[in-house]
Design a binder for this molecule. Structure first.
Ligand SMILES: [Zn+2]
Length: 311
């Protein structure tokens, strides 16, 4: 399978993104259908879409048993091989049972990871409404087995520390159980389904320096209160808002800044396979601060309600 996928990657055409993906569908009848992505100015075709179209020509209502996928390049590119929202919806009607997606590494023929299609689809699904889980009992119940115990403790402690100085707190991104399935592979690799903790804090205070101080102090104090003796908290100096969708939309009055905060040893990036050693550490904090939610959160996340309210 690995060799066959390498051949497909070599056939893939990705002049626009240089992200190449190859896939092999296996149907219930054990028929194999191949696909690779083709990027043209006028149209981008994904590997899964091509493979499904081929299979459909043979049998309109075919059922998929497995899909095998590979992305080109470094091991961490494995996340690029996860079916996108659109492809997941193309695959879903052909999923009789909850089929497995198996991921391969370009330069390692021995290792594979796998996910169920339902988990991938679930990660793209919107919440019906924004859940409010401000009390700790509900929080524990809601995130049990999802957030690591340390991150769970940290978040609760952080809410406690900062609540008198801020108006609203939200947990968003993969740590709130939503926000694309990329981190699901992290669960396979390092045992948890998210990479960092995306928090949103809303203030009446418009002074960026003051708000930054409040946040930094609260994070550090929370870490110390849950048993880590960090003396210093690092932050990215410049205000960052680099997002694919629309970086300019954050240049508004209701948005203060976005920053990463971490202490030495806290997790920052996903780079398998030696990631596991940091498992007992708290995750780094990706914090967005603002005056109102609409101008502080990524638009897509708000539209899909990929967030949980903590205060
Ligand atoms: Zn796709």
């Amino acid at each position: 399978m690995h060799e066959q996928l390498i051949k497909l990657i070599k056939k893939a055409q990705a002049p626009l993104t240089s992200r190449k993906v190859g896939c092999i569908l296996i149907t219930k009848e054990n028929k194999l259908y191949e696909g690779y992505n083709v990027e043209k100015e006028e149209r981008i075709l994904h590997a899964e879409d091509i493979a499904v179209s081929k299979a459909r020509k043979d049998k309109e209502d075919f059922k998929i048993k497995e899909i095998h996928l590979m992305a080109n390049g470094k091991p961490e590119n494995v996340k690029r091989a996860i079916p996108c929202e659109n492809c997941s919806k193309i695959l879903q009607p052909h999923s009789q049972e909850d089929f497995k997606a198996v991921f391969y590494f370009f330069d390692d023929s021995k290792k594979t990871y796998s996910l169920n299609l339902s988990n991938i689809i679930n990660a793209y699904t919107s919440f019906n409404e924004i859940p409010l889980i401000s009390d700790s009992k509900r929080f524990d119940k809601y995130f049990k087995g999802y957030l690591t115990e340390i991150d769970q403790k940290f978040i609760l402690e952080f809410v406690n520390q900062i609540k008198s100085m801020c108006n609203e707190i939200y947990l968003t991104g993969s740590a709130c159980k939503r926000g694309s399935p990329k981190p699901l592979l992290a669960k396979e690799i390092m045992g948890k389904s998210y990479l960092d903790i995306d928090l949103i804090t809303l203030f009446s205070n418009k002074n960026k320096e003051e708000v930054n101080k409040i946040i930094k102090k609260s994070i550090l104090k929370s870490l110390n209160n849950i048993g880590f003796s960090f003396k210093e908290l690092f932050e990215k100096d410049e205000i960052s808002y680099i997002l694919e969708e629309d970086p300019t939309s954050k240049d508004s009055e209701g948005f203060l800044f976005r920053k990463f905060y971490w202490a030495k040893g806290m997790q920052l990036t996903i780079s398998p396979p030696d990631y596991k050693k940091n498992l007992l550490m708290p995750s780094s904090i990706d914090m967005s601060a603002g005056i109102n939610l609409k101008e502080t959160i990524t638009k897509k996340y708000l539209d899909k309600k990929w967030l949980v309210r903590l205060l």
